[in-house]
Design a protein. Structure first.
Lengths: 478, 244
């Protein structure tokens, strides 16, 4: 990447705020708030009942506290659970109806929504605070029977699919943040790929937090019916603020017989400043069920933002011969903290899973890989391979690896490899001697370290991700 | 081109160079020979700007004070060091490394950066001149390369970057006779009136293929004897002890 680009990117360049008039729910977490959300979204009664069930369950749940990064107590009564631009209270039917300020926001983020400038071959659902403001390429997808819309729209138009699958991978009662999300989720994407259909383009959702004192609780549900294939990507940014904002999303994936879902994340929420003030708490539950035989779910994540990242995209390998994969790059700089990894639960016969995790830690940051591989007794002939590599830059950061391994039958094998290295002064010198400055050298070496994961991303995003990796580590060496 | 006056260098409290003088003009090939521990590699490291050394004395490179230039600035201004032990960088494709390097140098000199296609054409040409297989270029940089391959890769980089002053730090060590010839051909084909070479070596062997204009004997941090190519031949016969 060019030095010029790097220089322009010194600051978090997505840190601006868009000045729009908002509609907000009443402050705090209550039945009234939930009814407000359900009402403004014109939801059917069953949906409200589902939400209230989650809310009742939440009352007896406690926030988990086993994670490594600690954070000050969150006052759930001091948050807004719904905030949306007034202009988007009815989802705009065409681009002309979208507030120009919002269009401008997405343009600045590099996600043009207008027809002529659309990203080639990528359909985008744009979520702004609590609502989806636009979905592109909808008509083309509809012709193939593919449903790609906001979850709010799906609840109204495809209630049978939503009822059947929502909460089927992450139950209402799962854990505190997942249950909180079930009670108050506002928007997110819904994808259904019909049997034996290969989705002809990348589907992607771009999440933007704009309003202050607001949590973002999005919900995504992707169903790949028999023999289908879809590649889905999400990106995220937020303004720079000195408050910590909560992002607690639930993502559920379901792959039926012979279906494949590839889910990629490039997460660049505001990480806080170099003293550790502000930034997003990214507490997310992502889980995929390989429900059918020969199905496959592959998670790829590039986590560079957030003050705290706490998530474990997981696969439940129910179908025989199903495959789960997890490729991760987690970068923490300054005072960022990450506790991330995956869970691979092998239930079906001949199931396979692969975990490649690359953790990079700089400044005063702390980076933890935590992962569970569990092979149940009926999952005969199953295999897992795990590789966790950590790269340290400087002397004040930390890297930790905690694998939990449970193998309940003798025909299955689990392999685990882990390495920790410090960025090598000699390598930097070698690069410098070839004319590369310090930042180019770090970017080159780190991108080499992450290569196996970057390769998993769709082309267009791999380039973006490489740049992001370089920017996130700026100034961390020498 | 290069004027070194009374150069002293210390690392980890070890005094290694103790008043070294050397002048190199464009078009010249200088060889530095000397026993282990005499300071040969230290000289290469100090010239290329490796960190960790405390130095005294003056080094001027084309009129500029060398110590004021960063490692990458020196490289961009035409100082090239062929490493004794080239570094492995896992995950980084050799082609990408070479392109990034060339474009950094070009950009610093106000030249247009090369696009991928132009670059690939150029690098294939240079590689075939050295008899290097193209496949080699798509492998990870130096990872799993044999000693000879690593050294050939250094010479390829030299030919690509077209330095004014090329320093070869024991490039001949660990090479079989065929690789040695390739390295020597690389140097001879690049040599011209504008550029200069500083060849650091233990043995006369390499100098059978690359004829030096000057041979210097380095011992205990100083140049104790300078002669022409015959000095190298003489050293091979009599050893360093007779001179030291």
């Amino acid at each position: 990447m060019k030095t010029e680009d790097l220089k322009n990117n010194k600051e978090y360049k997505y840190g601006f705020t868009t000045d729009v008039e908002n509609i907000r729910s009443p402050k705090g977490l209550s039945e009234e708030t939930i009814k407000f959300i359900s009402n403004i979204k014109k939801e059917p009664k069953w949906m409200l009942e589902w939400r209230l069930k989650a809310f009742n369950r939440l009352k007896v749940l406690k926030e988990p506290d086993w994670q490594k990064p600690k954070y000050p107590k969150i006052d759930y009564q001091d948050l807004y659970y719904y905030s949306a631009p007034k202009s988007a209270s009815e989802k705009p039917k065409s681009l002309e109806e979208i507030d120009p300020k919002i269009l401008e926001t997405y343009k600045k983020l590099g996600i043009p929504l207008d027809e002529q400038k659309r990203l080639n071959g990528i359909a985008v659902d744009a979520v702004f605070d609590s609502v989806s403001v636009a979905t592109t390429f909808k008509d083309e997808l509809t012709k193939k029977g593919i449903i790609f819309c906001s979850i709010s729209e799906a609840i109204q138009k495809h209630p049978d699919l939503v009822k059947k699958y929502l909460g089927s991978v992450i139950p209402l009662t799962d854990h505190y943040f997942a249950t909180l999300n079930s009670a108050v989720f506002t928007d997110g994407s819904f994808v259904y790929i019909p049997p034996y259909t290969k989705c002809p383009m990348e589907l992607s959702t771009y999440f933007r937090i704009n309003a202050s004192e607001t949590g973002q609780f999005e919900r995504t549900l992707i169903i790949a019916d028999k023999g289908s294939y879809v590649s889905y990507l999400e990106g995220c940014t937020a303004p720079m603020r000195d408050e910590n904002q909560l992002h607690a999303a639930n993502v559920e994936l379901v792959a039926l017989d012979d279906a494949e879902i590839k889910y990629s994340t490039v997460q660049n929420w505001y990480p806080g400043d170099e003293k550790g003030i502000g930034g997003i708490y990214n507490f997310v539950t992502k889980r995929g069920a390989c429900r059918g035989k020969n199905s496959k779910i592959s998670w790829t994540q590039v986590e560079t933002g957030s003050a705290i990242t706490w998530k474990y995209p997981s696969c439940i390998l129910q179908g025989d011969n199903s495959i789960g994969e997890f490729y991760s790059i987690a970068i923490t700089n300054n005072f960022q903290k990450a506790d991330t990894g995956t869970k691979m639960i092998h239930l079906g016969k001949n199931t396979k899973s692969k975990i490649i995790s690359k953790g990079i830690s700089a400044g005063n940051a702390d980076n933890m890989y935590r992962g569970l591989v569990e092979i149940k007794n009926k999952a005969i002939n199953s295999r897992n391979y795990t590789q966790c590599d950590s790269l340290l830059m400087g002397n004040k950061c930390g890297a930790h690896t905690i694998p939990y391994i449970k193998n309940n039958n003798a025909t299955s094998t689990i392999e685990h490899e882990a390495t920790t290295t410090k960025i090598n002064e000699e390598q930097l010198y070698y690069c410098n001697q070839r004319g590369l400055d310090q930042e180019e050298a770090v970017s080159l070496i780190v991108n080499g370290f992450c290569k196996e994961v970057l390769q998993q991303l769709p082309m267009e995003f791999a380039v973006e991700a490489q740049k992001l990796v370089a920017i996130s580590l700026e100034g961390s060496v020498g | 081109m290069l004027n070194i006056k009374n150069l002293e260098a210390t690392i980890d409290n070890k005094h290694i160079l103790k008043g070294l003088n050397l002048n190199i003009k464009p078009g010249e090939v200088h060889a530095i020979m000397g026993p282990n521990g005499s300071g040969k590699s230290t000289l290469a490291n100090v010239l290329s700007g490796k960190s960790g050394y405390e130095t005294k004395g003056d080094i001027k490179y084309n009129g500029e004070i060398l110590s004021e230039l960063s490692t990458e600035e020196r490289a961009q201004k035409g100082i090239f060091l062929a490493f004794q032990y080239p570094l492995e960088i896992p995950g980084v494709n050799t082609n990408i490394f070479l392109k990034t390097s060339l474009n950094s140098v070009r950009k610093a000199n106000g030249e247009k950066e090369l696009d991928t296609l132009t670059f690939l054409k150029l690098i294939k040409e240079k590689a075939s001149e050295l008899g290097i297989d193209e496949k080699f270029l798509s492998r990870q940089l130096n990872v799993g390369f044999s000693g000879g391959e690593k050294k050939k890769n250094e010479i390829l980089q030299m030919k690509l970057l077209q330095p004014k002053l090329a320093i070869l730090d024991e490039t001949d060590s660990g090479l079989d006779i065929d690789a040695l010839r390739i390295v020597a051909d690389g140097v001879n084909s690049y040599k011209n009136k504008e550029n200069a070479f500083l060849i650091i070596t233990h043995y006369q062997r390499l100098l059978d293929y690359i004829k030096p204009d000057f041979v210097h004997v380095l011992s205990d941090g100083k140049i104790i004897k300078t002669g022409n190519a015959d000095l190298g031949v003489q050293l091979e016969k009599t050893g360093y002890l007779n001179i030291v």
